[in-house]
Design a protein around this ligand. Structure first.
Ligand code: KIV
Length: 277
């Protein structure tokens, strides 16, 4: 039986009932269709596709066109999973009008169920305007990779009393502005717990410890596909990269030895009246 696609009211109910859920990334049709067959409740087409699919060193170069190009096949591949689409760097900072216009483009052309944007209290008015325009918004605070440079790099955020208080204020302002959930990235577990208990919308934690409403991981990280780099918070549930390399080498070896393709994989019927003289 196909799984039931979750909705924003479902996520609100999960929070009220204390039921945990999960979010992973996908950037293409095949991966999305695999996630769709699993129990995972949310797919994020994150701008992490900049590194994982496009080979950039960071998320900054990712464009709206890149996002829409990747959101579309994910939506086609995962008809039974709620899909979030990231707003890339430069698409929501210039003005509120531009942010609304770009959010509508991603939502309408991509066909996803919400957009996600990075930033706290300073983006509350932007979030409010996008929600008012009819596009559901997922917030993202803590370590915000698009502006990691100004945060001093890829570091744990909210590790001081002032930092923790700022995150609390950010979460409350985003909730007031109408965000239906908030990704909290790389913060101490105790701070993530305080955030989870202080707002009535789900907190989706990545590197934020166990006391959040939803655990988030990048699919390629949890499946062990991306390479050797592994942040502390990533648990590898498989080593698919190694299995892929082994399968490719096996194909290479059998092709060179003639073991592949055997009769089983060949069209053996003679063609009547055809012979090379
Ligand atoms: O782009 C992304 O994959 C993300 C997750 C890390 C939450 O924003």
């Amino acid at each position: 039986m196909a799984k039931k696609k979750m909705t924003i009211p479902d996520f609100k109910r999960f929070k009220e009932e204390g039921r945990k859920f999960t979010l992973v990334t996908a950037y293409d049709y095949t991966t999305a269709s695999i996630v769709d067959e699993s129990e995972i409740e949310i797919i994020l087409v994150g701008d992490s596709l900049g590194m994982i699919m496009l080979g950039y060193k960071e998320t900054v170069p990712v464009t709206i066109e890149d996002m829409i190009h990747h959101i579309k096949p994910v939506v086609r591949g995962a008809p039974n999973t709620f899909v979030a689409g990231d707003m890339p760097f430069g698409s929501y900072e210039i003005s509120i009008e531009k942010a609304v216009e770009n959010a509508i483009r991603i939502y309408k052309e991509g066909g996803c169920d919400c957009v996600k944007l990075e930033g706290g209290a300073e983006y509350a008015d932007t979030v409010r305007a996008i929600v008012k325009a009819g596009v559901p918004v997922m917030g993202h605070i803590g370590l915000t990779p698009q502006t990691a440079g100004s945060l001093g790099g890829f570091k744990v955020q909210g590790g001081t009393p002032e930092g923790a208080r700022k995150l609390l204020n950010d979460a409350k302002k985003l909730e007031e502005a109408g965000a239906f959930s908030i990704v909290v990235e790389c913060v101490p577990s105790g701070v993530a717990k305080a955030l989870t208990e202080s707002v009535s919308i789900p907190i989706l934690g990545i590197g934020a410890g166990p006391y959040v409403d939803c655990q988030v991981l990048v699919t390629q990280d949890l499946l062990g596909m991306y390479g050797d780099f592994k942040p502390k918070f990533v648990k590898r549930y498989a080593n698919i990269r190694r299995q892929m390399i082994e399968a490719l080498n096996e194909f290479h070896r059998e092709s060179l030895s003639g073991e592949f393709p055997s009769e089983e994989y060949s069209f053996n019927k003679e063609v009547e009246g055809f012979e090379i003289k």
